[in-house]
Write a protein that binds this ligand. Structure first.
Ligand code: FAD
Length: 373
């Protein structure tokens, strides 16, 4: 598995999505999932554009409801993050129950837990930067609920390695599994893992009734813990050229949209802030992926430094950026991001309360088409 970075290939991948096959098989590791998250997370495309592409291909919104619902999870978590801007380090609803430690089991770091479905998924994460949604849930459940780690360190470790690292989807999902953003912790037993990962293990520490999973002592294999080293090494800072007569579009690791104000004659700057990557470190392959994706944006220049310094150096640059809760400190003109259901805004305590509202608009969904170039 590899993730193309040329925009024309990404568009082809979007157009190849089959939302009906997706609904039937998405829970299986070899199901018809889309692998689009690295592009949606990095803002190359959006949930709205993906939905538009499906509608343009002739799919009726109601017939692909399961697919739209999954896309809506993304938008939902983004809405939560607009309110809980520090959700990557604070529990959203209640403190995670029964925390034994704040570290990561060594066996997970080494992809050596003894649970084949999980070990293969972690090895694949290291190799490709991708992990199937079900495997993410298994990994989170093992870390938080079986070994009783706080979600904080394990979620940062997963975020670090994911090409689709998205602080909202990541932290909300970890908190959901751990019982900090839900009222019930999520557990997966061996049978569940065997079914969706096509393994046939028995007699493992997860091969016990659900009631036992909730109360059993931490398995010996997972007892040793570690604090993984997670650092992002940014490229060396280079001077850039800003034409003060033109506006300046600010891109970042969450906005690499080649269609954004594409017709305008402007300065285009990819801003890599050391403070951002200190707070939320990503791996070298993730950083390389971001730099490659940025090449789809004509004449973009990379600036390594803080926004405040950029602004001080170029006070007349007329900065324009896209709204995102991690970058509320930018100053200038703020453009809205794409949402599938712009009418549904604000915080909803659960996905299903959010989805109920979205559903009202689904039957008549008739987006203004933004054609890919
Ligand atoms: C513990 C955990 C951590 C996660 N961390 C991240 C993360 O850092 N970044 C990230 O993008 N997603 C994260 N997810 C959500 C989900 O696993 C991925 O979005 C999905 O697996 C991406 O693969 P795909 O594009 O093939 O998904 P598909 O199944 O093909 O889904 C299509 C699109 O729908 C959206 N979507 C589907 N499922 C979810 C979901 N559960 N939550 C949010 N959006 C969803 C995504 O935009 C995805 O690209 C996490 C889930 C869990 C359980």
């Amino acid at each position: 598995m590899s993730f193309e970075t040329a925009y024309s290939d990404i568009v082809k991948n979007i157009q190849r999505v089959n939302p009906i096959a997706y609904a039937n098989s998405r829970n299986y590791i070899d199901g018809a999932v889309t692998y689009l998250s690295p592009y949606i997370s990095r803002g190359v495309t959006s949930t709205k554009q993906v939905l538009q592409a499906m509608v343009a291909a002739g799919h009726k919104p109601r017939q692909m409801e399961k697919f739209v619902q999954e896309l809506a999870w993304r938008d939902y978590f983004q809405r939560v993050a607009q309110v809980h801007t520090r959700l990557f380090c604070t529990d959203i609803k209640q403190p995670k129950p029964q925390v034994a430690h704040e570290a990561l089991p060594m066996a997970m770091l080494k992809a050596n837990t003894g649970i084949q479905g999980i070990d293969t998924a972690i090895a694949q994460l290291y190799q490709t930067g991708y992990m199937h949604n079900h495997c993410r849930m298994y990994v989170a459940s093992l870390a938080c609920n079986i070994t009783r780690s706080h979600w904080h360190t394990p979620s940062r470790w997963m975020y670090y390695h994911l090409l689709d690292a998205d602080f909202a989807s990541n932290a909300c999902s970890w908190q959901w599994v751990a019982g900090a953003f839900s009222h019930k912790k999520y557990y997966a037993d061996q049978q569940n893992i065997n079914r969706y990962c096509h393994t046939a293990q028995s007699g493992t520490f997860l091969d016990v009734p659900y009631a036992r999973l909730e109360t059993m002592p931490i398995p010996e294999t997972l007892a040793e813990t570690t604090l993984p080293t997670l650092n992002t090494v940014l490229p060396p800072a280079q001077p850039i050229t800003i034409n003060p007569a033109k506006k300046t579009l600010v891109y970042n690791s969450y906005n690499l949209d080649p269609l954004w104000r594409a017709e305008e004659d402007v300065n285009r700057v990819l801003l890599l802030e050391p403070s951002h990557f200190q707070q939320l470190p990503i791996s070298q392959p993730s950083l390389d992926f971001i730099l490659q994706l940025a090449k789809n944006i004509p004449s973009i220049q990379v600036w390594v430094g803080e926004f405040a310094d950029l602004r001080q150096l170029y006070p007349c640059a007329g900065f324009i950026f896209k709204e995102h809760p991690l970058f509320n400190h930018y100053q200038g003109q703020r453009d809205e991001r794409d949402w599938m259901f712009t009418q549904v805004q604000g915080y909803y305590p659960s996905f299903f309360s959010y989805w109920k509202k979205c559903e009202r608009y689904l039957a008549d969904y008739n987006p203004q088409l933004t054609l890919f170039v």
